[in-house]
Design a protein around this ligand. Structure first.
Ligand SMILES: Nc1ncnc2c1ncn2[C@@H]1O[C@H](COP(=O)(O)OP(=O)(O)OP(=O)(O)O)[C@@H](O)[C@H]1O
Ligand SMILES: [Mg+2]
Length: 392
């Protein structure tokens, strides 16, 4: 799909022949940025002759880092050496005379070919896919929802296309934590099973406006949980990872079939413990279970929440009990329940609070390990190995 960025409302009609039918016209840089953010199908941006060269270069520079496969073509009424070198330095693929429609069509064709080659290199022909991260603990109340919502909001606020799926199907509280009023939920995906696509998924999510995060909420009626087949969850995640840079999954406190399906297709698994014996014991059991089912150890990120609680158990004791290092310690703070009660995630409410800083460290060091655009592609979702590699 192409975007024509041109302030002139008649431009689309004028360039129709050169650009083809799959082109949408937008008249401002904000709208173009938004469309690129929301729509991974956009592969070419053609920038009209009246858009200032500085603005065009800014867009191209940003896209070069975030979406290297995106083709940017600049139209100019007069092409001089300064414009040409400025544009090419910013990563614009071609600068073409605005009146030469044949040259525009040729440039677009070359750019499309380059885009396909780049996508091909990144994924053996498959589109680049987002990173799926499941947040889990076998014990309730340790902070799964707190960490998954805040991590997802942090990613979305940085401009990454992020989806949070509430897989705590009976008692999910992501919606209430973010003060969302969902009209649709993951239950509505059931009737679309087998035919779920990007557009259908987008009709089911609820936008958290302050951050730009999309949320696929749990059903309103807890009874609907049992009516969601496991393959529907797998399909939702498969479709979601094609449209989002990050798909985070909040879970109930047990290894349900839905949770197993989610872990199976995840690239990373955040496991949470707190400083109490039952939580540590449950983490140990969860790790043993994951070992047994062949989930790779290197995809696990152990987080100790409320890590500074003075209860006689120390983080070192937890590490020796679970025989695994803790990746991130998150302090205990009353600001967390207070922010939940206000319905504003702490990473937005009090970004400098130690809890928010620790959550952002979790995101930066263990979830957003690389820029989304640099992340390795996972290839064909059907063929790729999930976390349960040895089971396949
Ligand atoms: N670092 C923290 N400091 C203080 N309170 C916290 C912290 N993290 C979470 N909490 C509080 O602990 C409670 C449980 O957190 P949360 O709902 O995130 O846990 P959960 O694992 O999702 O629970 P459940 O298993 O019931 O879904 C909440 O009241 C939350 O505000
Ligand atoms: Mg929860």
């Amino acid at each position: 799909m192409n975007i024509l960025w041109d302030p002139d409302p008649s431009a689309l009609e004028r360039y129709r022949f050169a650009l083809g039918p799959d082109t949408t016209a937008l008249d401002s840089s904000g709208m173009v940025a938004r469309a690129l953010h929301d729509n991974p199908q956009v592969e070419q941006v053609v920038i009209g002759a009246d858009v200032p060269v500085e603005e065009a270069c800014q867009l191209s520079e940003a896209a070069r880092l975030d979406r290297p496969e995106l083709g940017v073509i600049l139209l100019r009424s007069r092409i001089d050496v300064t414009t040409l070198s400025q544009a090419l330095r910013a990563g614009v693929r071609e600068v073409v005379g605005a009146d030469d429609h044949t040259a525009i069509a040729d440039a677009l064709r070359r750019s499309r070919e380059l885009t396909s080659r780049l996508i091909g290199h990144a994924g053996g022909g498959a589109a680049r896919e987002g990173k799926v991260v499941t947040v889990f603990s076998a014990k309730g109340g340790v902070g799964k929802t707190t960490l998954s919502t805040n991590a997802a909001v942090a990613l979305a606020s940085e401009g990454h296309r992020t989806l949070l799926v509430d897989l705590d199907l009976s008692f999910g509280d992501v919606a209430i934590s973010l003060q969302l009023v969902p009209h649709q939920s993951i239950f509505d995906a059931v009737s679309m099973s087998g035919n779920l696509d990007d557009e259908a998924l987008r009709s089911l999510v609820t936008r958290h406006e302050p951050s730009g995060l999309d949320v696929l909420c749990a059903p309103n009626d807890p009874g609907d949980a049992d009516r969601i087949p496991v393959p529907t969850v797998a399909e939702v995640i498969k479709v979601a990872r094609r449209s989002y840079d990050y798909v985070l999954i909040d879970t109930p406190p047990s290894f349900t079939e839905h949770v197993l399906a989610s872990i199976d297709v995840s690239d990373a698994l955040v496991l949470i413990a707190t400083l109490d014996i039952p939580a540590v014991k449950n983490l140990r059991v969860a790790l043993d279970t994951l070992d047994m089912i062949g989930s790779p150890k290197d995809a696990r990120v152990i987080v100790l929440n409320k890590a500074d609680t003075k209860v006689g158990l120390r983080p070192e004791d937890v590490e020796s009990a679970i025989k695994t290092g803790i990746a991130v310690n998150i302090p205990n703070s009353l600001t967390v329940p207070a922010s939940v009660n206000r319905g504003v995630p702490i990473v937005l409410d009090e970004p400098k609070a130690p809890v928010a800083v620790a959550i952002k460290e979790l995101v930066e060091s263990h979830i957003r390990t690389q820029r989304a655009s640099e992340e390795p592609d996972h290839g064909d979702a059907a063929a790729r190995k999930g976390l349960f590699r040895s089971r396949r």
